[in-house]
Design a protein around this ligand. Sequence first.
Ligand code: ATP
Length: 308
Amino acid sequence: MTSTPVLSVEGLTKHYGGRVAVDALTVELPRGVVAGFIGPNGAGKTTTMAMLLGLVRPTSGRGTVLGEPLDRPDRYLGRVGALVEGPALWPALTAFENLRVLARLGGNDVGRIPEVLDLVGLTDRAGDRFGEYSLGMKQRLGIAAAMLGDPTLLILDEPANGLDPVGMSEMRELLGRLAAEDRTVLVSSHILSELEQVSDWLLIIDQGQLVYAGEAAGFAARASTEILLAPANDDQLLTLADVVSAAGLVAGRDGDHLVVEVNGHDPRPLAASLNHAAASAGIVLAELHVRRPSLEANYLRMLEGETR
Ligand code: ATP
């Protein structure tokens, strides 16, 4: 990673009539990361990507992509590869023929075709017609096409959308392979768990507005750890709640469990001391475990406004 951002936007906004699709987005993306661009349906991901690609004109705001101004896409698009709204390839042509046409149209080296086919794992299927490909193979070929120009920035809009679990896991592996020291990948999804394993950076938006931008690890660290407790005898739940309060902790009830927010304590010794305190009060615990909410849970809570 270098300090020069691969893209930087300030106050980026798009209105469609009275509807605000993207609302004053200010964000920077460092070089060399796989950035998961996450937000629920209609959050403004496609519109943002379309503005970065010069396909949609911003209502207001400014920025740079690969050091060039956003309103001069002609200066940077040669170094950007993109897959937006699925690949538009010719069904009757084979994968290889499709890439050859695109390479010629785009002024790219036809000699790169074997390399990009290999990258997306389609070397063995290069002679099959695109129309006969599965959805996952179509998406991967679309990425191969976007890689023809050896881009510095790769923008992929929901490449895993509609894929079955196998297709999704292949897509994740591919995304990991696309990252390189000097290549940045911006990839969108409305499901955080689709991308959490491969993203080292996260941009999260909701209703056109930025909710989180930063390292994926930093987002994970926001998730608050909880301890779950359940007495063997349900009648002792209230007594157990008193034991927790006496330890200076706040417990919430969730069915026949108590949920204790850890709030910065080391959870394991805390769980051990709660176990000891419960035993001293004559309560046998049937369950005691530390729960670290998934990134997905943290994301959903963030969208609900709990951690904003
Ligand atoms: P999805 O995950 O469903 O693709 P998204 O995050 O990509 O959603 P956008 O497609 O950017 O969201 O849409 C953002 C908002 O802008 C939505 O309310 C959408 O209806 C609206 N919108 C998008 N394109 C247009 C358009 N061409 N004309 C009018 N409204 C539009």
